[in-house]
Design a protein around this ligand. Sequence first.
Ligand SMILES: [Zn+2]
Length: 659
Amino acid sequence: MKKTTTKKNWGFDTTTLNHSIRPQDDFFEFANGLWIQKNNIPLEESRWGSFNILRHNTDLQLKKILTTLTKKKSALKGSHAQLVRDMYLSAIDTKRRDTLDILPLKPYLKEIEAISSKETLLCYIARSHKHGSGTPWYFILDQDTKKSDQYLFTLWQGGLGMPEREYYLKKEPEQIRVQMAYKAHIKKLLSLSGFSSKEIAGASVIIMAIETALARAAMKKEDTREAEKTYHKYSIAQLERTIPGIAWRKYFTLVGAGHIKEVNVGQPEFFTAVSKLFATMSLKDWKIYLTWQLINGCAPLLSERFVRESFQFYGKTLTGSKQMKPLWRRALGFVNGAIGEGIGKLYVETYFTPEAKKSMDTLVSDLFAVYKERIERLPWMSSKTKQHAISKLHAMKRKIGYPTRFETYKGLRITPTDFFGNTIRTSEFEHTKAMKKSKRPVDRKEWFMTPQTVNAYYHPNLNEIAFPAAILQFPFFSTEVDDAINYGAIGSVIGHEITHGFDDQGSKFDAKGNLKSWWNVKDTSYFTKKGKALVAQFNAYHVTPEITVNGQLTLGENIADLGGLVIGYEAYQKHLKKIGRYDIEGFTTEQRFFLGFAQVEREIARPEFRKMQIFIDPHSPPFARVNGPVSNFLPFYTTFNVRKGDKLYRNPKHRVEIW
Ligand SMILES: [Zn+2]
């Protein structure tokens, strides 16, 4: 049955199409071109597109919740409403924050000043870690990658003020520009903090030297994705032998983890370098470095002049934003960070319907069924490996919308008049929670994103996919629009997350979430070969004439994007058998599916942001997230009649199909 309809709001605005570009040459531009031409990035944003607009709209919903709460005079002490309201009130109390200025940091600066030995140095570092600092390393609770039913603490590289090691080590114009600005930022912040120009001149040289030494020792971002490269489990005695120079046993006691017997070291070379700094660097230099890291890390929590200077570097220089976000959005950011599940619960109660949860649940089941069928049909995989893949798929859990049990924040004290104190107490609360958690069995109900997050994730150790409430909205998902749009958007997102369980890293984990291979040699070799081909494809995408995508860093996401497209498409084909095919505004069912897929990636961004994204983001830029997958996918060729000579055309033997 073929019917033509002109259904008004079918979920894709055809006035955004750029008809001067052929879909066969650049599908991203064809689908989004006029939208891109017609829209500007708001001054306070570094990127603007489907994700950001939805984030912005979600923030407006949250603002309504906050406004209602602030009008309420009384709220039960310790309730979510009270914690959220008072955190927000304290953050927007700029008068008080301006009066205090740098005063909240004074006790910590004094503590640094009092460092007089290696012992007191370690004491300070440990104490700052209880407050969430990552200087010069992070101490994180995770699952044991090889024993996923147990928790294991990880020591992870940190200590840098610029986003990635490349900003210290590369000599390209963009990195030199940022380095210069960072040096100016150091000087400005130290000057606001009351240091003399003589002190500042010496300090900035020392700070840059230390951070550059740390950057040199740091593992490359693409290597930090590799499960084996970041798994080095030591007993505490082994750790003290392997990375000497730091009194590790004492450190663990100081951070409240004196009970642990083992620890994972994410990047041994980095920690070897840090231990050398412990041995060789003078206490005077340590104090300068720690002072800087403290002031820089806390600047957004202080008075207006500190907040502005922080924005000057992290907002303007690094991401190209033109002005600060309005106060309410910044304050909301702190509420989300500190009491995320508290405001999340209120968000879900107000804006998320049981119907949305139910239809998403059905959709996820459909996608799982299609995934199983596809694995069974894979021409390249042996039946033994297929069995393992299917049992992993069967074991994969799903989380939709919001946690069954929200964090209660019991014992956390939040007051409307103490913003800095609130943030410190929140960090301490989270730290204490992690210490307690580490002694218990793994909590499988925990979420790693709040319900109001516009995103989704796969967790390899838990072997689960999760979709927060906020992503279950248009243009990702809506009961109001044509099914093609939903399958192209949220269908592909679900397929994307499932595929993470089978991407270059996820595939190394078994059904129970342990790093343990279930592949035979032949299948591994095919899979690796296809992965390498995908790396080469993405390495060839240019962000600027000089800068290309990092195919290795983005490999996992690119495999997931490709899998998401394929699975979403197949699920839609299955669905079409039930509902029949029809055209809307001259677009066939299949064409609309691809438009829905391209629409969620619609985005414009500032050049500074794009240049940074290449180093820090494991996702490819939007045009590549659309044109990459479709150029490998045969149904796209048939749907849009792609032929040899078209820009998106790839020779069949160069196309990559994995899942
Ligand atoms: Zn992903």
